[in-house]
Design a protein around this ligand. Sequence first.
Ligand code: SF4
Length: 325
Amino acid sequence: MAVLKKQGIELAGIHVLIGFSQGDMKRRVCEGVPPAQIAEEKSRRFSDLLGIPVEAPDLSREFLEVLRNPRHGYGRNINPCIDCKIFMMRKARERMEALNADFVFTGEVLGQRPMSQNRDALRTVERESGLAGRLLRPLSARLLPPTEAEQKGLVDRAKLLDIQGRSRKRQLELAPLLGVTGYGAPAGGCALTDENFAKRYLDRTGYPGPEPPGPEDMFLMSMGRHLRISPRTLLVVGRNLCENEYLESVWARGPLATTPDHPGPTVLIIGDPDEADLEAAASVTARYSDGKGMPSVKVIVSGGGVAREFDAAPAGDGDLDRWRI
Ligand code: SF4
């Protein structure tokens, strides 16, 4: 943005929220901030920071379809990076058309990410988003074919850059010269690239329930301990106060297991538990409570049509190792 602003070009922004920023997921779980509020805050923050109008639509539900069936496949974990970029660029194209603007540009750098920012991937994203010839990458433009905006003289190609590769050195050197401050650390932060998150997602989608997982299920996958105790039943164990509170508020319909006589976790039971599953859930709840050294612990399971009380022996290490995802 700073590179183009310097050329006196009028800009508008879009920050597409697909729902997998680990920072945003943590805020949802630990601070109870709903996605709509996160989107509103981002729009305001980026607009202030950049001095241009920035829209930040929450498209997490729509993006789940991309995640389920990525045409270009997944990266190392369940990150469908090329399809994700196509999705985002389509949204940018729609904004461009709505504003009657001339082109779309991104801060992508050739070769910065092996899967989604190599030459072929950049071309694929441009073509499949309907932006052929109209997608400018100012930081690497001089290494790429000229776009229509450059050919028409709307942008001075000579003042664009030729950065490539994984290092951020040149961008960081350039930032103060262009007056760019307040940017985030160049860390990943997308849950879809996280190995543990991927395992939970694959487990969840490998044992289909009545409905495919929605955006709130994704928040659930980002927190707690997950234990697959049977093909029918999954447990999510809160690890601290904020995770327990999140389970008790957002997943109040339950069933939830707790230990009334000892400090302990709130445990969400997902699926269609039979008697053996409920007993296993009680033993896991007992194990993660302060009563774990006792021969048995009182566990209440309630919600979701279940109202039961168990005197449960805390689960052993072998069971936990077998069940943990
Ligand atoms: S890392 Fe995540 S947000 Fe980034 S392109 Fe890949 S899937 Fe999309």
